[in-house]
Ligand binder design. Structure first.
Ligand code: FAD
Ligand code: DHB
Length: 391
C-alpha cells in the first residue's frame, strides 16, 4: 500500500490532520490500532479553545459543535469557601466551547469516511522504518497479516503509548518528565450541571472540578491518591466528597446528584519530547507531550500541532518548500512549553500536595487571592486558558 502521508493514530490529532490535508488535495492513510466503536467511546477532554473551534468551523467540521456545544464565557475559581468568577471576554476578548473530545472524533471520522478517506481501524503499526530517507515505511498488522504502508512522510499521532516517539533515534532525543503525587477520579453523571460555568475548586480535602457535557449530563473530577482503584469509590462516597469540596462558607450552593454512568482514573503527568521530528518522521499530540489536565490543554495542543503541520505539508506539497517542515519542531515546542507551564501552574496552585504542609497551602491561597484581586493576574489566566493566538 502506498500514500503520500502515513498517519498513525485516529485520535483527534491524526483525524484532523488527515482532514486538513484532504482539503488541500493531499492524500493520506490513517492506521488505528483500535476499533471505530472504541475510539468513539473513549471519555476524555471537554474544553475546546477559541482558535481550535475556529479551525474546526473553517474546515467544515464545526456544525454539530456549534449546535450542541456550550459556549462558555468564563470559569469560577473556588477556594477558602469563596467563589471568584473570571470573565474571559472582558479579560481577553475570547471564549471557549464545551464539546467532548469523543464528539469531535465522531464528527471527524464521519467526515473522513464521507469524503472517501482511508482510516484502517484495528490496524496496529508495529515498526516505522527508513526515516532517514525520503521514502519511510510503516509496518502494521490487522491481526491476520502483516502489511506495509509506503509513504513520503510519516506522522505519529499515536498517543503517549504509541510507537512513534520510540522510533526516534535515542541519540537525538531528549525528554522532560514530571509525575505528580495525585490522580483524578473522573465521573460522568446523568444529572443537569449544578452551575453555568466550570468550577475549579481548591479545598483542604483536595481539588475538585465541575464540568459538563450537555444540559443533562455532568462531568466531575476529584483529586485522589495515586494508585486509587475506582472500586474504592462508591457513588455515594463520590457525591459526598464532591459536595464537601465545592462547599461555600455561606452554604449558598448545592450540588445536584444523579446516576453515575462512567468512572475512570487519570494519572497526572507532564512530559515533553525534543525534537518533535527526525528525518521523515514527525510527532504530534500526546505522542510528543503530555500535560496534567488541570489547564484543559491536552486536546488543544494536539490540534495546534497538526494545524502547524498541515500548513507545512501543504507548502511542501505545492512547491517542494521544506522551510515550514524544518521549523515545525521549534514552532510547535514554543506552544508546548507555554502550555506545559500553564498546566503545571494550574495543577500546583489548585491541588494540595499530600506531602506538602501548611506553608504550601498558604502560598496556594495567596496565589488564588492575587488572581481574584488583580486584573493583570486574572488576565494572565484568561489568556492562557482560552488559548494564546501567538506564542
Ligand atoms: P490520542 O487521543 O491518545 O490518540 C492516539 C491514537 O493512536 C489512539 O486512538 C490509539 O488507539 C492509537 N494508537 C496508539 N498506538 C498505535 C499503534 N501502534 N498503531 C496504530 N494506532 C495506535 N485532556 C484534557 O484536556 N482534559 C481531560 O480531562 C483529559 N482527560 C484524559 C483522560 C485520559 C485517560 C487520557 C489518556 C487523556 C486525557 N486528556 C485530557 C488528554 C487528551 O485527551 C489528549 O491530550 C488527546 O487525546 C490527545 O490526542 P492525540 O490525538 O494526540 O492522542
Ligand atoms: C474537562 C477536563 C479538564 O481537564 C478541564 O480542565 C476542564 C474540563 C472536561 O472533561 O470537561
Amino acid at each position: 500500500m502506498r500514500t503520500r502521508v502515513g498517519i498513525i493514530g485516529a485520535g483527534p490529532a491524526g483525524l484532523l490532520l488527515s482532514h486538513l490535508l484532504h482539503l488541500q488535495g493531499i492524500e493520506s492513510v490513517v492506521l488505528e490500532a483500535r476499533s471505530r466503536d472504541y475510539v468513539e467511546r473513549r471519555q476524555r477532554a471537554g474544553v475546546v479553545e477559541h482558535a481550535v473551534a475556529e479551525t474546526l468551523r473553517g474546515a467544515g467540521v464545526g456544525g454539530r459543535m456549534d449546535r450542541e456545544g456550550l459556549v462558555h464565557h468564563g470559569i469560577e475559581l473556588r477556594f477558602d469557601g469563596r467563589a471568584h468568577h473570571l470573565d474571559f471576554p472582558d479579560l481577553c476578548g475570547r471564549e471557549v466551547v464545551i464539546y467532548a473530545q469523543t464528539e469531535i472524533v465522531k464528527d471527524l471520522i464521519a467526515r473522513r469516511l464521507a469524503d472517501g478517506g482511508k482510516i484502517l481501524f484495528e490496524s496496529r503499526a508495529t515498526a516505522i522504518e527508513d526515516i532517514d530517507t525520503g521514502s519511510p515505511r510503516v509496518r502494521f498488522t490487522d491481526g491476520a497479516a502483516e502489511q506495509v504502508l509506503e509513504c513520503d512522510i510519516v506522522v505519529a499521532c499515536d498517543g503517549f503509548h504509541g510507537i512513534g516517539r520510540a522510533s526516534l533515534p535515542a541519540a537525538v532525543v531528549r525528554t522532560f518528565d514530571k509525575v505528580y503525587p495525585f490522580s483524578w477520579l473522573g465521573i460522568l453523571a446523568d444529572v443537569p450541571p449544578s452551575c453555568d460555568e466550570l468550577i475549579y475548586a481548591h479545598s483542604d480535602r483536595g481539588f475538585a472540578l465541575h464540568s459538563m457535557r450537555s444540559e443533562q449530563v455532568s462531568r466531575l473530577y476529584l483529586q485522589v491518591p495515586n494508585g486509587t482503584d475506582t472500586a474504592e469509590w462508591s457513588d455515594e462516597r463520590i457525591w459526598d466528597e464532591l459536595t464537601a469540596r465545592f462547599a461555600l462558607a455561606d452554604g449558598s450552593w448545592e450540588l445536584k446528584r444523579g446516576p453515575i454512568t462512567d468512572k475512570s482514573i487519570t494519572p497526572m503527568r507532564s512530559f515533553v519530547t525534543e525534537p518533535m521530528r527526525h528525518g521523515s518522521l514527525f510527532l504530534a499530540g500526546d505522542a510528543a507531550h503530555i500535560v496534567p489536565p488541570t489547564g484543559a490543554k491536552g486536546l488543544n495542543l494536539a490540534m495546534h500541532d497538526v494545524m502547524l503541520l498541515a500548513e507545512a505539508l501543504t507548502a511542501w506539497d505545492r512547491d517542494g518548500s521544506t522551510t515550514l517542515l524544518d521549523s515545525y519542531s521549534d514552532d510547535a515546542l514554543r506552544r508546548v512549553w507555554r502550555a506545559e507551564h500553564f498546566s503545571y501552574r494550574m495543577t500546583t496552585m489548585l491541588h494540595p500536595d499530600p506531602q506538602g504542609g501548611d506553608f504550601e497551602r498558604r502560598l496556594q491561597i495567596s496565589d488564588l487571592d492575587r488572581i481574584a484581586a488583580s486584573r493583570a493576574a486574572a488576565t494572565e489566566i484568561a489568556e492562557n486558558y482560552t488559548g494564546l493566538p501567538q506564542v
